[in-house]
Ligand binder design. Sequence first.
Ligand code: ZN
Length: 347
Amino acid sequence: MNIDAIDLTRKLVNIESTSYHEGAVGAFLAEYLATQGYAVERMAVEQRDPALTPGDGEGERFNVYAAEQGATPDVVLSTHMDTVPPFFGCREDDEFLYGRGACDAKGIIAAQVAAAERLREAGVKVGLLFVVGEERDSAGAKVANANPRGSRFLINGEPTGNHLALATKGALRVELRAHGRMAHSAYPELGESAIAKLVEALHDVLAMPLPIEPEFGEAGATTVNIGLISGGYAPNVVADKAEAHLLVRTVGPSQEVKDAIRRVVAGRAEVSTSLDLACVRMRRVGELPTMVAKFATDIPMLTAWGEPFLLGPGSIHVAHTPQERISKKELLECVDLYVELATQLTS
Ligand SMILES: [Zn+2]
């Protein structure tokens, strides 16, 4: 049976599934895939929204895994069910479907479901894995990785403009915490400004040379974003505390970057890291057009699911924005691309 990927995308976009609140979309998909004749499993994910008190209006969360009853899949198509906030529902014109998750990653879920249907009709042993929590802490991928199903290949979906990714950059979250001594700002010599130390350290972090990977082309630079900065009390108080949260997009081993940051900060702030997603390289397949993804994915967390590949319709530039959309043409082309890639890998 042919699955209408555009109609399925519409339905998925209209179910709100901001991270930590994926229960409804998971239930919809589990039921939908069971109707298609798959053996469907719900993998419970315990991780709760740290912003909520326990039991505070939260439903259950789970990954959805679907495959032929009793079969070990050769290839698993996978992406995430959660979206970033805020939710907005689906609207469309001739060319595009618009809405939260249209390209990141509900159109991809629909394309993978449609491709899997064609693959199993062709006799390919295929599985589907849809996880929660990708946009926050990869909680769903971590649970899935503890429960692998013996697949040889993992085709992960994120918006790559229907290009096969040859690499995804890594993501390293770094926190700098500076400490000082409070004083009346008229007598700065009696205190020690944590903000001044932090600002100077950050200045040197921004100026430091960082690794470059020429093979990645225009995606080959390590980049640093200082995304959050806080500290102090009032203009007339010398601050005793200040902190900054950085996200570094890496093109190689993260240790080199961590060491370099510690070196330039030179004790002016404590340096800690809270997320360290590796940069991953992947191989070329046939004549499929290629790219390098500057963003991170669940792939480094899904190492037990087979050799990874990354491919999906849509543009990451509109993901996480009010303009989020997916081209209907590109969505349907991606169904063919998933079928082609999975067929080449397994034949
Ligand atoms: Zn995504």
